[in-house]
Design a protein around this ligand. Sequence first.
Ligand SMILES: [Zn+2]
Length: 209
Amino acid sequence: MLVLLAAIAVLAVIWGQLGKSHSLAAHSGSHGGHQTILLVNADHPLPHDFAKPRLVGLAGTIPVSSRSVRVARAVKQPLVKLFTAARRAGWTQLYVASGYRTAAEQRRLWDAAADHSYVQRPGHSEHQTGQAVDLADLNAGAKGLDRNGAGQWLADNSWKYGFVLRYPPQKKEITGISYEPWHFRYVGRDVAETCHDNGWVLEEYVAGP
Ligand SMILES: [Zn+2]
């Protein structure tokens, strides 16, 4: 009995520390520690000292639009797991349309875009972190994911693999970005689950309850 009580006490301490590190991470908005979330949006540019992530290619592992599609190293395995689960659920036509972008690539997109409601300014794009991917379906494309079963499956299940649908339709006032059914950000399972359970976007997660 005593052993059991001691075990519960230890668990309670660990639980308390987990809660503390979570709230620290949520409010710091910086990068580096466990569960620390880097918020990148129109108001929060990439930090000046942001180091280029260690990148890995995806070609040969999961379907991609081009051999040049790369992501940050930590994102690859979760993404492979997401694709495996999607395939198992019957969504076999998904591919990664875009991953990491350099500042120069983001600038070209920004300069070429007639409509800036779907593009972030250079220095303000999650794609420059290597932690964001644009997904698409061979039949429906990227925009078509909004009325496609694969897109619905991704919106409902991607959190289990550590991803969040970054720009949901009902959160435009908060994210500043129009609904993008294709854009997913890797944040890790704990943060993704918290966002999913509370119906939060990252801005709300960082602000805290
Ligand atoms: Zn994107």
